[in-house]
Design a binder for this molecule. Structure first.
Ligand SMILES: NC(=O)c1ccc[n+]([C@@H]2O[C@H](COP(=O)([O-])OP(=O)(O)OC[C@H]3O[C@@H](n4cnc5c(N)ncnc54)[C@H](OP(=O)(O)O)[C@@H]3O)[C@@H](O)[C@H]2O)c1
Length: 314
């Protein structure tokens, strides 16, 4: 259990997840949080990471730094996604163990599960069949990170855990046209269509795929909860257990943004996986539930998007 003055390192604190974890820790009264920007400490540089951990000796570590991207970025840079994520994870997890870290929590992603996993996906479907090829490199790096935590627990008795979130959204999201995920991409597109007075917006596929979305502040709350209440080698899924079609999602975003034009579907474009939903019975059994429903979360995310004009330009 973390004490209010425990020394807590949040890696990736400027990212969407890391910044939400810092906000949540501060909200809960933790006072000794340490951070480094990417420019101050490149987590891919092993000697620098070792020096940082030897000097600071954090008691608890949230590993939310990663090279993250949408489908296009992932597909175009498979080698970079594997190399940077693998090196970064190994450096941080290894240095944390070597320097007596009491507990580390590793952030992965639901893309670690097989492409054809039975839905909703349970934690134990890991490594039961082939991965989705477009983000295989990223998924393999994440699987290596969570397995390294498990192996350290088994070999050296550490208490390192991992959490696998579904699609996330919220403050500090990435709205880049090529590097963003589906929900922030839709927020940007409908915002721009409204501002330019476009009569229609065309989306890919037929809108039928089912997806799940978790507001990032809910994830941060779960991360702190797990740090204090969960130990074990098996990962924990982080989601709502609720799903919407991409068509429903698109309409929710259009309504929130106030876009009144037409929504068209280009059915010559691929739909992607028909259904992707996490089984969240494990987090529910531990006593944790999400609190922010999707319609409220989209309104909060859009307000955040508008509050930072620089972000809208990214
Ligand atoms: N976003 C989602 O929908 C989603 C869903 C499931 C899981 N996750 C997981 O959550 C974690 C965080 O994702 P996120 O959405 O918060 O990503 P993000 O907003 O891109 O944040 C990642 C952070 O890591 C930092 N970073 C990257 N490489 C670094 C390096 N070599 N040295 C130091 N810092 C480095 C980045 O700094 P710079 O920007 O300065 O490079 C950035 O601040 C990832 O493990 C991801 O797999 C995210």
């Amino acid at each position: 259990m973390m004490r209010p003055d425990s020394k807590i390192y949040v890696a990736g604190h400027r990212g969407m997840v890391g910044s939400a974890i810092v906000r949540e820790l501060q909200r809960q009264g933790y006072t000794n949080i340490i951070t480094r920007t990417h420019a101050e400490l490149d987590l891919c540089r092993q000697a620098d990471v070792e020096r940082f951990f030897a000097d600071e000796r954090p008691e608890y570590v949230f590993l939310a730094a990663a090279k993250v991207g949408g489908i296009i970025a992932n597909r175009n840079a498979l080698a970079d996604f594997m190399y940077e994520n693998m090196i970064l994870e190994m450096n941080v997890i290894n240095a944390a163990w070597r320097n007596g870290c009491r507990k580390l929590e590793f952030l992965g992603s639901s893309c670690i599960y097989p492409r054809m996993a039975p839905q909703p996906m349970k934690e134990d479907c890991l490594l039961t069949s082939a991965l989705e090829p477009t983000n295989e490199a990223y998924a393999l790096a994440k699987i290596s990170g969570l397995k390294y935590c498990e192996y350290l627990n088994r070999q050296y008795g550490t208490d390192f855990i991992s959490v696998m979130p579904t699609n996330l959204y919220g403050p500090n999201d990435n709205y880049h046209p090529e590097h963003s995920h589906v929900l922030p991409a839709l927020i940007r597109r409908f915002h721009e269509a409204k501002v330019s007075g476009a009569q229609s917006v065309t989306c890919w596929g037929d809108g039928s795929p089912l997806r799940e979305f978790l507001y990032v502040d809910d994830l941060a709350n779960l991360c702190v909860f797990l740090m204090n209440n969960y130990s074990g080698n098996e990962t924990v899924n982080a989601g709502t257990g609720k799903e919407v079609t991409i068509k429903q999602l698109t309409e929710m975003v259009a309504n929130t943004v106030g876009y009144e034009g037409e929504i068209l579907w280009d059915t010559t474009r691929p739909n992607g996986t028909p259904r992707k939903l996490l089984d969240v019975s494990k987090s529910h059994a531990l006593g944790w539930h999400h609190t922010v429903e999707l319609s409220d979360g989209i309104a909060l995310a859009y307000a955040d998007f508008l509050s930072n004009p620089m972000r809208a330009e990214r």
